[in-house]
Design a protein. Structure first.
Lengths: 102, 463
């Protein structure tokens, strides 16, 4: 029990963020017309590409002679980039078509 | 200290852009800008992480990172630009898988650095399991949408075996966390087991349910990213990940709601079995079908005041979006009121049909959502159903035994005439008969959507 309380108090800031973000996510999606579900899913897909930050941190922290870590890290950064760039570009392409015509 | 402050500051800005971006994506007018804002925030966060990093890092590592980002950008950009709009769901699935794989790899590398720190190991293991499942699941979803794997594969007691396997994986993961062992072998066993589970998880689910699965896996990847954020105490990963995790879950539920099926039903697939049973029980719809020729339809449309088009995925498969737009323009030039009725699950993803039609320059205002168009059918002369089936099946209203009973549908029956374009009398995705086809007001225009529509447009032009 003390461990649990320690965990809470040591990570209070992050726990706040988790809880608040859950509500923000729910609120944001709540009022979206079905028309935009696909672009929205695609946009959210691009945003979780933020995992690339973790991949970059792995690379920055890796020992220069650890070939395995470096090559896996390289692949992780590459895949993360694909997720981010591909995700945003595809979303933009979809939305480009929704332009209002005069 | 200043540097740390500015990196934290950049992460704060990036987090705000994600929230703002997602919010703006929810409105047609601001959606595109919202996407760009989120993209700008992401770019800022990535460059901030690289250039504001503290501590000695060898040049080789910087070169490797730069190379990975440049290669990824070029490939991602080209693929995203080149792929056709009908393939959009597949593409989203692939990119989602890439993110999952990235999260899993982070776990694989970082495990050794944190042995002994139970909380960190827990986040690493959790992130790795979720990321792996998301990756392999997305690949299977992609193959299913692609048509490579098109049949739901189901062994007896499949769900029980699957769930036991999942419990096994979770138990093994918990064992690794609690025991504090530094075992590369165990780590890789867990990694491959999680990959295998992703495959088994998606394999039994039917192709028509893939959008729901992709949306679910999308929120999984968000969670995996959030675990990474927890591990590094990295706020931007945490906010981005949790935001996508929660928004993705709500989106998944919204999709299920549009089909009137609980999520558990999609995942554990009572659908395939249920509909087979119903078909066997003799849910037979009997009656005569009336067939119409393109010129019959052309005459009917020519003398009507109001036409509503109900597009379905069959339209997209036949690549008939452009010709339907031509039909619409032609009818409008004859002074006829034309609208499109869009069911929330038309196409392969919610909103997919809108994207496909928007691509052919159909006016956004002409695409009307189900709730808004349903009262209008009464005053409509001709409803033209192209490549849609289940979303106009009256069984959803009046046959409690039907697997789609309760699903909101487009009330096309209220119109004066109904024209249905289909290739044949084969049932739709849900595998159920449609009594609408036997309705007295219905005429069937058989044939490939593109060819039938081309003939129809030619006939109309001659009038």
């Amino acid at each position: 029990m003390t461990e649990f309380i320690d965990f809470i108090s040591n990570n209070l800031q992050m726990i706040y963020i988790v809880i608040l973000m859950i509500f923000v996510g729910v609120e944001i999606i709540g009022h979206v017309p079905a028309v935009l579900h696909t672009p929205l899913m695609s946009g959210a897909n691009a945003i979780h590409g933020v995992v690339i930050i973790g991949a970059i941190l792995v690379m920055l922290g890796a020992e220069p002679d650890n070939i395995l870590a470096l090559s896996l890290g390289f692949v992780a950064v590459l895949l993360g980039t694909l997720n981010v760039v591909g995700g945003f570009v595809v979303t933009d392409r979809m939305l480009e078509m929704f332009k209002k015509k005069k | 200290m200043e540097y740390v402050f500015s990196l934290e500051f950049i992460y704060l800005i990036a987090s705000v852009t994600y929230i703002l971006g997602l919010k703006m994506l929810g409105h047609p007018e601001t959606a595109r800008k919202g996407n760009l804002i989120a993209a700008a925030g992401m770019t800022l966060a990535i460059f901030g992480t690289i250039f504001l990093h503290q501590g000695e890092v060898s040049n080789t590592i910087y070169i490797l990172i730069a190379a990975a980002i440049i290669i990824g950008t070029i490939i991602g950009w080209m693929v995203a630009k080149k792929v056709g709009m009908t393939k959009m769901p597949e593409l989203v699935s692939i990119f989602n898988g890439m993110g999952g794989a990235s999260a899993a790899l982070i776990g694989l590398i970082e495990f050794h650095h944190y042995v002994g720190d139970q909380l960190s190991i827990l986040t690493i293991i959790a992130g790795m399991i979720i990321g792996s499942v998301s990756f392999s699941g997305s690949m299977i979803a992609w193959a299913k949408l692609n048509g490579t794997l098109n049949k739901p594969i189901r062994l007896p007691k499949y769900n029980i075996l699957n769930n036991l396997f999942l419990i096994g994986i979770l138990g093994f993961g918990a064992y690794i966390v609690i025991s504090g062992l530094d075992s590369t072998m165990f780590l890789y066993i867990l990694f491959f087991a999680a990959l295998a589970y992703g495959v088994l998880f998606v394999l039994p689910i039917g192709g028509a349910d893939m959008p729901v699965v992709i949306s679910l896996l999308n929120s999984f990847t968000g969670l995996a990213a959030a675990f990474g954020g927890f591990l590094y105490g990295n706020m931007v990963m945490l906010t981005g990940g949790i935001l996508v995790g929660s928004a993705g879950t709500i989106l998944t539920l919204a999709m299920c709601k549009a089909m009137n099926r609980p999520l558990s039903n999609v995942i554990f697939g009572a659908f395939g079995e249920g509909s087979a049973a119903v078909a066997g029980e003799g849910n037979k719809v009997q009656g005569n079908i009336k067939e119409a020729s393109p010129s019959d339809v052309a005459i009917l449309m020519n003398y009507s005041n109001k036409v509503i088009i109900v597009p379905g995925y069959g339209l997209a498969v036949a690549q008939a979006q452009h010709i339907i737009h031509e039909l619409e323009q032609l009818l409008i030039s004859k002074g006829i009121d034309v609208k499109y009725a869009i069911h929330p699950v038309a196409g392969r993803m919610p909103g997919h049909m809108n994207v496909l039609l928007a691509e052919t320059n159909v006016d956004y205002d002409k695409l009307v959502e189900m709730e808004d168009i349903n009262p209008e059918f009464k005053s409509t002369d001709v409803v033209f159903v192209v490549g849609a089936n289940d979303v106009v099946n009256p069984a959803a209203h009046n046959d409690p035994a039907s697997p789609i009973y309760g699903m909101p549908i487009l009330d096309v029956e209220n119109a004066k005439h109904i024209i249905v374009n289909k290739r044949s009398m084969k049932p739709g995705y849900a595998g159920i008969e449609n009594e609408l086809f036997y309705n007295q007001k219905t005429s069937m225009l058989f044939g490939d959507a593109k060819q039938a529509l081309t003939k129809l447009v030619a006939e109309l032009k001659n009038m």
